[in-house]
Design a binder for this molecule. Sequence first.
Ligand SMILES: [Mn+2]
Length: 326
Amino acid sequence: MARTGDHGRLNAEPSRDARAPEPEPALGQADGVATCLTLRPCPLSWLDRMAFYYATASATDARVIIVGMPLDRTSSFIPGARFGPDVTRMAADNIESFSPYQKHDISGIKVHDAGNLAFAFPTATAPLELIAAATGESVARGAKQLAIGGEHTITPAIVAELAKSLPDLCVIQYDAHSDLRQDFMGERVCHATAMARVLDTIPRDRLFQLGIRSFSQASEMSEPNLFPFEVLAPVERVRAAIGTRPVYVTLDIDVLDPGVMPDVQTPQPGGCSYRDLALSLAGLAGLAIVGCDLVEVCPRTMQPSAGAATAAELARELCLLLTHTV
Ligand SMILES: [Mn+2]
């Protein structure tokens, strides 16, 4: 796909000035889909509302709706995931539209960036209601949602909303951590219990865990659908087990080795390479993927760092995966 010089923007794309003469309406304001969302412009946008450069479609036309979910309430180690969506947007400006892993180009795909959900002084349950509402609205539009976090706590609310209309929903989790604790430091709803809360919605045999290398107890290692350390080798087994059932993909970016991706809330040594992860995601193409998230992006700087670039390219991979599935 054509690009402009050393900058990842598409030739055909209008300039920032031409593209955003006034703020876009919130999801659902103009086209008959009821909206109950509170969205806010990205805090880093001082020229206009920042958006992924390839996200030029309206909410009405989009096949993929990106929603920033900067939840940063329960960090038990390194806080800062609330800035994840915005640095990912910034770094996307330098990412090519063509994926050499999936061999598809994102420039022809209708993507809408809805901005960030606003979690003002979040309590344990209020953000979950907002997350469920956003997910429900994406579904109502017939689009697939890519949620960008934010801490992993967002995932169970998304899965629960999707499962309302997809009773045989499966989940694929890429993560360093099993996230299977029932509670952690007194919290049932937190980043360390994300998959335990997912299992409040779906049965254990529909959750597939890849790349895990941090466990709360030894028995987790022998779970039949948990694949320690590996992200590429299990792909065929996971595909065969899921078959034609709908599947949600949750990508905790700390599945990568912290030498590759240090900008996470809870770094864990011994992770996978970027190439293995990208090829593993590409290997999911053809599954009935109904939604994705990219979570635990926790920048150390508000400049678009290498970690932010990693997140931005994975956002491209997830958008492509959502649109090249059955
Ligand atoms: Mn994790």
